[in-house]
Write a protein that binds this ligand. Structure first.
Ligand code: CU
Length: 156
């Protein structure tokens, strides 16, 4: 066996117990990555937020090449029933406001609009999520929300 391989095995053996010790409070379980594309799609359309997280961080990546003015994407979270209103008011708010109405109390979390090759993060305050409630995330760039949508719920 090569030295490189045995070193990797040794590191793996050390890292595993540390992961178990960290348990459910570990940062890795309180985050997710959602990719978005030039084809106006989110690659992830369902998220479950562990109830043990204080904050859940979503990294939104635009893996396409088109600029934000043409194929911009954001991540806007609200109760499923509030989404149509959030979207309509967001479109009215315009690009300078990242297509989110200023001070919209229905919005639980929202990111800025990004273009191809960019990424951004959005932090969801988990205390604002209720068990059993249906939440949705959408892209409020005009015309995108019909396709760019996903569901989010609070897990156990
Ligand atoms: Cu979009």
């Amino acid at each position: 066996m090569s030295r490189k391989l045995s070193l990797a095995a040794a590191i793996g053996a050390l890292a595993l117990p540390a992961m178990f010790l960290a348990g459910p409070a570990m940062a890795a379980t309180c985050s997710a990555t959602v990719e978005s594309t030039d084809a106006m799609q989110y690659t992830t359309t369902a998220l479950t937020v562990p109830a043990s997280c204080k904050e859940f961080t979503v990294t939104l990546k635009h893996v396409g090449q088109l600029p934000a003015t043409v194929m911009g994407h954001n991540f806007v979270l609200g109760k499923a029933s509030d989404i149509p209103g959030i979207n309509a008011d967001g479109m009215k708010a315009g690009a300078a406001a990242d297509y989110v109405k200023a001070g919209d109390a229905r919005v639980i979390a929202s990111s800025k609009v990004i273009g191809g090759g960019e990424s951004t993060t959005v932090k969801i305050p988990v205390s604002k999520l209720k068990a059993g409630e249906q939440y949705s995330y959408i892209c409020t760039f005009p015309g995108h929300s019909a396709i760019m949508k996903g569901t989010l719920k609070l897990g156990s």
